[in-house]
Ligand binder design. Sequence first.
Ligand code: GCU
Length: 582
Amino acid sequence: MQLLAYPRETAGLDGIWQAIPDQYEIYKNYFEDFAGEDVTVPKIYEPDSSRGSDRPTDFNITDGRSVRIPASWGEELPEFRHFEGWVWYATQFDRSLGADDGRTFLRFGAVNYRAEVWLNGERVGTHEGGFTPFSFEVTDLLEAGRNDLVVLADNNRYEDGIPNEATDWFNFGGINRSVELVNVPDTFVRNFKVETTLSDGHVDIDVTAWIDGDPDGTVTVEIPALSVATDLAADGGSRFHDQVSLADSDVDLWHPAEPTLYTVRVRHGDDTISDQVGFREVTIDGSDVVVNGERVWLRGVSLHEEADGKGRALDSEAVRERFDWLNELGCNYARLAHYPHTEEMARLADEEGILLWEEVPAYWDIDFGDEGVRELYRQQLRELVQRDWNRASVVLWSIANETDHTDATRNEVLPEMAEYVRDLDSTRLVTAACFVDERADGLVLDDPLSAHLDVAGINEYYGWYYGDATDMEQFQEQSDGTPIVVSEMGAGAKWGNHGSEDDRWTEEYQARIYREQIDAIADNDQIAGLSPWILFDFRAPFRQNEYQRGYNRKGIIDQHGRKKQAFDLLRRFYRSGEVPQS
Ligand code: GCU
């Protein structure tokens, strides 16, 4: 179970750390062959391993390159921008940051891609997956005075990885999100989940809490603003649950137009944890996405997690900037592609009233046939869902992007993953970004997976990679069919490059594609929303032509924040609801 830490007072370990690139991946077993009776070979992760050594040790873990954490190493060490491999990080912290009594957990917001961790020379554990939090208990490893923390970050791309070697985004390596010590009592509330359902004038709120340690006595939940205080009943092991049912007239439901949040507090013994939670219900009705019983057309855009000079390590200023752009566009929805973005995005979306599509990077040709890959897949889904399941803004869990729907193994595994997500969280919609098929009678979604999805995303590039933008006029329209979100459409344009609407790579061409696509889909009853590809230009290694130079140029804003014509066009559509004319 994910350790819920965000609402807790934690001891931050961010700041200046030491970093040593290990291009040949030799330091872990450094000169091990020389080890012998009277020859000790320093271990890079052992404190003092390189200090005062009378040997010419080829690394000094406490005197590496000084880098800020969190950060993508290529932004801190420009000569390592295109480096893929191992980097050793080290920092020291004082024992006083740990719990005096009780327990201490070491938590990482995200390390791309694999992480191996040592504390005071003891191996603490490993984690795979570059975009979700993980934590280790270190209570018994803490030492008086200085404590030495060493992290090996490995951003090699692996065939059996998720994602694997091939992606259309930049592989920012490093400790990309915060590191902290989480101090808690011996028995504490490890996580809790709030689920809302609406029924006959009532708002039913289910609260489930997971107690870590030796649960003894009551677990209570309070919602002070609604005068709710109730004890949860044990329902097996560390789980406690109860449901409170309130008159809907007493509750201000969370809605994009009115993103009301309530403090929900869970207590057990000496431990109390509270979080800001919105009560809302998201369902589908025919081809519509429905929030609190009201149809909502998803006016959105897709975005990567990246910022100029910050790589993948977004700070609150960058997060704020993204919501300023979304609000300026008139969005009520955003697709966070293709991996879990920082938790800050969902928390600000809760406040801003932006509905979110969140996704795990099961992208393109993942090796679904491999049991190890499937286990990693479930782990990444679990880590994301258990991190953000109290975020009212999050309404869509996406299990995959552009995977091959003619692949039998894929068609077996992905429905299983859809069910796995529903077991974790039955209150949100499960989706995936699929391809469109061409039939004699038009364009269709003919992916067997769609039968297992609540909402189906379609990625289509009519007018750019193939066909004409107007071809989407022939897209199927089954008004009671599975709601369809156009999860990607778009065209490349270099900011400031101008010409006629038929000149590729110009702003005019991109704007025309937006106009014609919007015109083609806006009135299609089965289409419940849109998130064009993409809000801003982003680094993409295989994009190297004279307009791209290492960037995917489908942004409606370039990487420096300069808007292209399509930005205004989309804004006019979202703000007026009218299809913009030429
Ligand atoms: C795909 C893919 C994106 C990619 C985009 C593009 O649809 O999902 O990750 O960047 O197409 O080609 O620009």
